[in-house]
Design a protein around this ligand. Structure first.
Ligand code: GDP
Ligand code: MG
Length: 740
């Protein structure tokens, strides 16, 4: 076997010393072709195998900012060494690992010489090489280059890597929401056009464009000018966005996240003793308190509680205004449109349906603002870091936490990007367990459903109930994950590494933009998808309606009541204006007619397509306390969870007890017989756990690569939801609590 080995590392890390130790006298010095950078080559024989060793110029980074960096990088790309030995100065680990991480991102086979361990020891720094090796996924061999200590182990580790073949894949660090999205988009373009991909992999090219790497930009412009221009446009766009929202730029963000990644490795007990020269010194100090084993969780719960308290308290008034507005709009449409299908469509289908969803815009906005605050400041990453300890117990991974949070783990995310976020998980089993459980989180669509039920039945303790709902969602997700990892997706867990970016003071402008972006998405969805589904559901709740003969019977009843009351009273009713004082007779007639109308409306709804479906489901849903109207809403919720609200709005407005009294949906529910806090709780539990919405199911199928898992999530989740909701309702009823 003959192998080519490159020595790389920061300047002064001990490369030349190690090179001399390894090659002895068998070396020669020249220059790299075309440049004045010195090139040293030599050979070393190990177990009868000849190894060519090249001492690369010392660099801190692999971006084309200096000649040395270009030389080192080109050598890796053009000469394709079998192994790169990265010499890392153990006394300055954090900074030295910055280069190591970039090798891993490039996808080269690398092994680390943890050099200068004598110096480190003198400074009181003890490094757990084995742990570092596990976390980075590469061999780490402690050495002292000056004396040659450890060089045998090092060369044998390198030889083993050569025999093991090329390293597959490359390290993928998350660069934050905005950049990750841009990278994915750019990668797609790069792959579709085979842009430079014969030399580099797509993600790396995208990264270099974001880092504004002169060499790659030039190569790109030569090979495909129009695509390169497109990529540069994309970079420009995300740069502007970063500038506006976080007051930073891609290169800085990338460097921060790389250091964050290193920081989280080091924080996991790799360095035993105090290291005083951390770049993230201030952040470290904060982290001592915020991620402390005991204080951390308490602070976390307090912050969540404050978030919910803030959201519910300050959104109460504006939500009320929105509700009054839609109530007024519904009344206005009622009085000005002629009776008939059009009026029913506009009032019950569109205004009560979409209005119910839009009514929660202020609440959503406040919640998103709070989340943006936690995210932009860097706290959310700490939450993930802390929860990793818990997640391991359940067979998951620290990166799962981030997927949970994206899906709405704190409130108001979406399971679709959550499922995509599981791509950062390397172990396919942990990934599957994560993507099957992220739909349990409280996404932005479920939020108004909870808010409605909380407002109607738990108005006294809004924030507490929200916190409990959050905890139930997490516990449920974790236990299901554990169940899956013990049964159908058994297997080992992989070590955890996650980015811990430094804390940043969020800017108000950035927060405003992030809040508005998400709120606008919610509004847009309500105005398009939800509107469409609302209309379909309205149609399903309206047709076929009552048979003509039955309708005639109701007409006759109305006629009979009217005749009995006499013409004078009828005239009084018809002449009535906004605030007429009715006579006793007129009031009686009015309420009698309303009774007939509401019986007719309910019968019509029961006879509709959706009504029959809801009634058929009652035989099962009664165990959980849901009536047929709720069932209609829950079936609609499979299309999109917001629809639960809009469908309840339509169902209760179509069969409204007194159509003249316009009340908000939460008031209506609170007064409807059959509803109680216990039913609301059971419905909340069901909503947390039942089948993910349609788009999420499609995403699960796509990401897991099989229809099987999409179907599994629908069936399993709904069954689980039903069992849990029924349990709550039955136990609650038996104990007679919460009005059950
Ligand atoms: P290069 O710039 O990476 O080629 O680093 P050199 O090999 O020139 O080493 C820089 C300095 O560090 C020299 O004075 C070496 O003697 C010293 N050095 C290298 N490795 C070690 C080590 O493991 N322990 C100690 N104490 N000194 C070392
Ligand atoms: Mg040197």
């Amino acid at each position: 076997m003959e192998a080519k080995i490159a020595l790389a590392g920061n300047p002064n890390s001990g490369k030349t010393s190690l090179f001399n130790e390894l090659t002895g006298a068998r070396q020669h010095v020249g220059n790299y072709p075309g440049v004045t950078v010195e090139k040293k080559e030599g050979t070393c024989v190990y177990n009868g195998h000849k190894m060519h060793i090249v001492d690369l110029p010392g660099t801190y980074s692999l971006t084309a900012y200096s000649e040395e960096e270009v030389v080192a990088r080109d050598f890796l790309v053009n000469e394709k060494p079998d192994v790169v030995i990265d010499i890392v100065d153990a006394s300055n680990l954090e900074r030295n690992l910055y280069l190591a991480v970039q090798f891993l991102e490039m996808g080269v086979s690398m092994c680390i010489a943890l050099n200068m361990i004598d110096v480190a020891k003198n400074r009181g720094i003890e490094i757990d090489a084995e742990k570092l090796s596990i976390l980075l996924g590469v061999p780490v061999v402690p050495t002292i280059a000056r004396t040659g200590e450890g060089k045998k182990d090092l060369i044998s580790a390198a030889a083993k890597m050569v025999q093991g073949g090329k390293r597959k894949g490359f390290l993928e660090i998350s660069y934050g929401d905005d950049l990750d999205k841009a990278i994915l988009e750019m990668e797609k373009e790069i792959r579709a056009n085979d842009f430079l991909t014969d030399t580099y992999h797509a993600r790396w090219i995208a990264l270099k464009y974001l880092e504004n790497d002169k060499q790659i930009l030039l190569k790109g412009q030569e090979s495909n000018p129009s695509l390169s221009a497109r990529l540069e446009k994309m970079v420009e766009k995300v740069s502007l966005h970063l500038e506006k929202t976080l007051n930073t730029y891609p290169e800085a963000m990338i460097a921060d996240q790389r250091y964050g990644y290193i920081n989280s490795i080091i924080k996991q007990g790799v360095i035993q003793q105090e290291h005083g020269q951390s770049r993230l010194y201030m952040s470290d100090k904060i982290d001592k308190v915020v991620t402390n084993r005991f204080l951390g969780p308490i602070i976390m719960i307090a912050i969540l509680m404050a978030l919910y308290q803030f959201t519910f308290t300050y959104s109460e008034a504006p939500v009320g205004w929105f509700e009054s507005f839609f109530g007024w709009l519904g009344d206005a449409a009622s009085t000005h449109l002629p009776d008939g299908l059009l009026k029913s469509l506009v009032v019950s289908g569109v205004i009560d349906g979409v209005g119910g969803v839009l009514g929660f815009v202020p609440l959503i906005m406040f919640m998103f603002f709070g989340i943006a605050l936690l995210e932009d400041s860097g706290y959310l990453a700490r939450v993930a870091f802390m929860l990793d300890r818990v997640f391991r117990i359940f067979g998951l991974h620290g990166s799962s936490v981030m997927a949970y949070i994206v899906s709405g783990g704190i409130a108001g995310g979406c399971a679709v990007p959550g499922v995509m976020a599981t791509r950062t998980l390397k172990s396919p089993r942990e990934r599957l367990a994560t993507l099957l459980t992220v739909p349990f989180m409280n996404c932005g669509a479920k939020l108004p459903v909870f808010a409605l039920l909380i407002a109607a039945f738990f108005a006294e303790n809004e924030a507490e109930i929200m916190l409990i709902i959050t905890l139930i969602a997490w516990l449920g997700a974790l236990f299901v994950a554990k169940f899956l990892r013990l049964t159908i997706i058994k297997g080992e867990s992989s070590p955890f590494v996650m980015e811990l970016p430094p804390y940043r003071l969020p800017t108000f402008k950035g927060l405003a933009i992030h809040t508005w972006e998400r709120t606008w998405q919610y509004i847009k969805k309500a105005g398009t998808v939800i509107l469409g589904i609302s209309i379909i559901l309205w149609a399903m709740m309206t047709f076929p309606g009552l048979p003509d003969s039955r309708f005639q019977e109701f007409e006759n009843m109305r006629e009979t009541v009217k005749v009995a009351a006499g013409t004078a009273v009828i005239q009084e009713l018809e002449a009535s204006g906004e605030d007429t004082e009715f006579s006793q007779e007129a009031q009686d007639l009015k309420s009698r007619l309303a009774d007939i109308n509401s019986v007719e409306a309910e019968e019509g709804l029961r006879n509709s397509v959706a009504g029959r479906m809801g009634i058929a489901l009652e035989s099962v849903s009664k165990w959980a306390g849901f009536d047929w109207r709720t069932n209609i809403a829950l079936v609609g919720g499979f299309a999109a969870k917001e629809v639960v609200i809009s469908a309840l709005g339509t169902a209760y407005s179509l069969g409204e007890v007194d159509p003249e009294e316009s009340e908000s949906l939460s008031e209506t529910l609170a007064q409807t017989p059959g509803w109680s806090p216990l039913v609301a709780l059971s419905l909340i539990i069901f909503t947390i756990f039942y089948a993910p919405c349609f788009v999420t199911v499609v995403m699960i199928v796509k990401e897991s690569g099989s229809w099987k898992w999409g179907i599994f999530s629908m069936v399993f989740n709904t069954a689980l939801a039903l069992v849990l909701a029924a349990l709550v309702f039955q136990v609650g009823s038996a104990m007679g609590i919460l009005g059950g």
